[in-house]
Design a protein around this ligand. Structure first.
Ligand code: PGA
Length: 255
C-alpha cells in the first residue's frame, strides 16, 4: 500500500515569526499522523521553519530551485544551497511558475534532474489549463508534462519523486476537481509511469491531487485509489483546516 503524503504549499506567504508560529500550530496535528506531512515555505522562512520543525513529524521543503550548481543567475537558489540549509523537499514546475515566470517543460526537467542529483526529493507539479480540459486534451497535456519532466530520470530515482496533479483551473479558485476527475487523471499519470518505467514503479509512485483541497473535500479525494495525498495551498495556511486534512489522510491509511 502506498503512503499518503500531505504537503502544504505556503507560496509567498508568512514572515519568519508567522512561519514559526504556523509550524508550531501544525506540529501537534502531525504528531500522530500516519501520513507524511511536509510544508513548502518561502526561502527566507526555511531556517526558522527547520528549527521549529525539529523533533516534530513535519518535513520541510522549498518551492523552487535552479538547475545550475552555481553561477550568474541573479535571484536564483541552487539545489545544493537547499541541501546545505537542511531542506529535504522541493516543489518543481508549479503552475504559478509556469504561468508567471516562464517555466517550461524543459526547464522543469532540468530542475528535477538538478534537485535529484543534489539529493533532494521532488514534488513535481503537472496539470492542464481550463481551455485544455474543455478541448478534451487533459490526458495528453498531463502525459506530455510528465514525460518531459522525467526525461533522463532513472527508475531508481522514482522513490524520490512525488507527482502532484494540479488542474490549473482548480488552484486558488475554490473550484475543486471532483474526486472522480482527480482519480481519473492521477490514474492516467500512473499509466504514463508504467509505460516509461514499469508496472511496479507505477504501483509505487506517489501521486497527489492539488487544487482547492480543503478540510471539507479532503476525505473524499483521498479515498480515491489513485490519489495518494494532497498539495495544499490556501488551506495549509490554516492550522485547523490543515489538521483536518492530515486527520483525513490518517483515517484513510487505517483502512
Ligand atoms: P490551493 O493551491 O490549495 O490554494 O488551490 C494549491 C497549490 O497551488 O499547490
Amino acid at each position: 500500500m502506498r503512503k499518503i503524503v500531505i504537503a502544504g504549499n505556503w507560496k509567498m506567504n508568512k514572515n519568519r515569526a508567522e512561519a514559526a508560529e504556523l509550524v508550531k500550530a501544525i506540529a501537534p496535528k502531525a504528531e500522530d499522523a500516519l501520513c507524511d506531512v511536509i510544508v513548502c515555505v518561502p526561502f527566507t522562512d526555511l531556517d526558522v521553519v527547520c528549527n521549529a520543525a525539529k523533533d516534530t513529524k513535519i518535513k520541510v521543503g522549498a518551492q523552487n530551485c535552479h538547475w545550475a550548481k552555481s553561477g550568474a543567475y541573479t535571484g536564483e537558489i541552487s539545489a545544493d544551497m537547499l541541501v546545505e540549509a537542511g531542506i529535504e523537499y522541493v516543489i518543481i514546475g508549479h503552475s504559478e511558475r509556469r504561468q508567471y515566470f516562464g517555466e517550461t517543460d524543459i526547464t522543469v526537467n532540468q530542475r528535477v534532474k538538478a534537485a535529484l542529483e543534489a539529493g533532494l526529493k521532488v514534488i513535481l507539479c503537472v496539470g492542464e489549463l481550463l481551455e485544455e480540459r474543455e478541448q478534451g486534451i487533459t490526458a495528453e497535456i498531463c502525459s506530455m508534462q510528465v514525460k518531459i519532466a522525467l526525461t533522463d530520470i532513472p527508475a531508481d530515482q522514482l522513490d524520490n519523486i512525488i507527482i502532484a496533479y494540479e488542474p490549473v483551473w482548480a488552484i486558488g479558485t475554490g473550484k475543486t476537481a471532483t474526486a472522480d476527475q482527480a482519480d481519473e487523471v492521477c490514474g492516467i499519470i500512473r499509466n504514463v509511469i508504467a509505460s516509461l518505467y514499469c508496472e511496479c514503479c507505477a504501483e509505487k509512485v506517489i501521486i497527489q491531487y492539488g487544487g482547492s483541497m480543503n478540510a471539507k473535500n479532503a476525505a473524499e479525494l483521498l479515498a480515491k485509489p489513485n490519489v495518494d495525498g494532497g498539495l495544499i495551498g490556501g488551506a495549509s495556511l490554516k492550522p485547523d483546516d490543515f489538521g483536518v486534512i492530515i486527520a483525513a489522510a490518517t483515517e484513510e491509511m487505517k483502512k
